[in-house]
Design a protein around this ligand. Structure first.
Ligand SMILES: [Zn+2]
Length: 58
């Protein structure tokens, strides 16, 4: 992952959808990218932005 100038969100933590609803549906809140990697941890889906690496539980 490259260093980006997207410093609004910390990419090392997982944001909760309830606390951080999508600003734009289907888009990363941090960089606006629309491609994600989805992983499942327990019953929680983690959506990771492929561009900036922001994580959000959905
Ligand atoms: Zn992003």
């Amino acid at each position: 992952m490259t260093e980006e100038n997207y410093n609004v969100y910390n990419t090392s933590i997982v944001y909760d959808y309830k606390d951080h609803p999508n600003i734009k549906s289907g888009r990363c809140d941090n960089c606006g990218n629309a491609q994600f990697k989805i992983s499942v941890k327990g019953f929680i889906y983690i959506r990771e932005c492929r561009n900036c690496g922001m994580n959000k539980s959905i």
